[in-house]
Design a protein around this ligand. Structure first.
Ligand code: Z5A
Length: 212
């Protein structure tokens, strides 16, 4: 039987993660693969409550507290949902995971500051017992992602950041990709949704030994 895979999607705002995950989940269902779809921050009851706080534009918070709340949400999510699902041999498809922390808190907030990156590494080592088997980094110029995302409603606390913040976040994803080039697969997120979905599917088939 195919072992459950832990797959995360990453990228800057509006790159098309949600859309690409929709497409992947459809394909998994067509192949009778049992999966759970989830997201960070969020995914568990407590995680979703912390997500509301983290995204609320009226939340006043310093960088360390933001980092710790991300990990509090992640720890609950791991223990309530991700680890039990993998244990039950389900696939877990997660919209954002640890690479978002490196990119947003490590680079976006902290300019790639070595002390902040060390804190993040330590939190991962202590509180993240399982990393994704495969991560899709949907790579798109910031302006194009903002144009796509701009078609929606009010901006959350992260979406209100300046362009320079998102350029640093993008640098963070690129740095993670350079460091973990086997786990993190870069997907060109340009072009229409079907083309992006096809790239994701092909990359998955190349990376994972599937039974079909
Ligand atoms: N965050 C953090 O700071 N630290 C952490 O550790 C974690 C998270 C885990 C969560 O937001 C915020 O939390 C996030 C980082 C922070 N903040 N930001 N920014 P989120 O993940 O829920 O929201 P998001 O990143 O802003 O996602 P999004 O805006 O929903 O984008 P998306 O899911 O990547 O895109 P989409 O919804 O699929 O597509 C956006 C629009 O483009 C939509 O209208 C689509 O129909 C359209 N679209 C999609 N694909 C295409 C293509 N290929 N062509 C044309 N149009 C397309």
């Amino acid at each position: 039987m195919q072992q459950g895979q832990f797959i995360s999607f990453e990228g800057t705002e509006g790159v098309g993660k949600t859309t690409a995950i929709d497409g992947l989940c459809q394909r998994l269902a067509q192949h009778n693969i049992d999966y759970v779809r989830t997201r960070e921050p969020g995914g568990s009851a407590l995680g979703e409550r912390l997500r509301q706080l983290l995204l609320d534009p009226s939340t006043q918070i310093n960088d360390d507290t933001e980092l710790l709340l991300m990990f509090a949400a992640r720890s609950d999510h791991l223990h309530q949902l991700i680890l039990p699902a993998l244990q039950a041999n389900q696939w877990v498809i997660c919209d954002r995971f640890i690479d978002s922390t490196v990119a947003y808190q490590g680079y976006g907030r902290s300019f790639g500051d070595a002390a902040m990156l060390t804190k993040i590494e330590q939190l991962i080592a202590q509180f993240v017992p399982r990393l994704p088997d495969l991560t899709f980094w949907l790579d798109l110029p910031i302006a194009e992602g903002m144009r796509r995302a701009g078609k929606r409603g009010a901006a959350d606390r992260f979406e209100q950041q300046a362009l320079a913040f998102f350029e640093r976040v993008h640098q963070g994803f690129a740095a993670q990709h350079a460091q973990y080039d086997k786990r993190i697969q870069r997907i060109d997120a340009g072009g229409d949704a079907d083309s992006v979905g096809e790239r994701v599917w092909q990359t998955l088939q190349d990376a994972v030994d599937l039974d079909f």
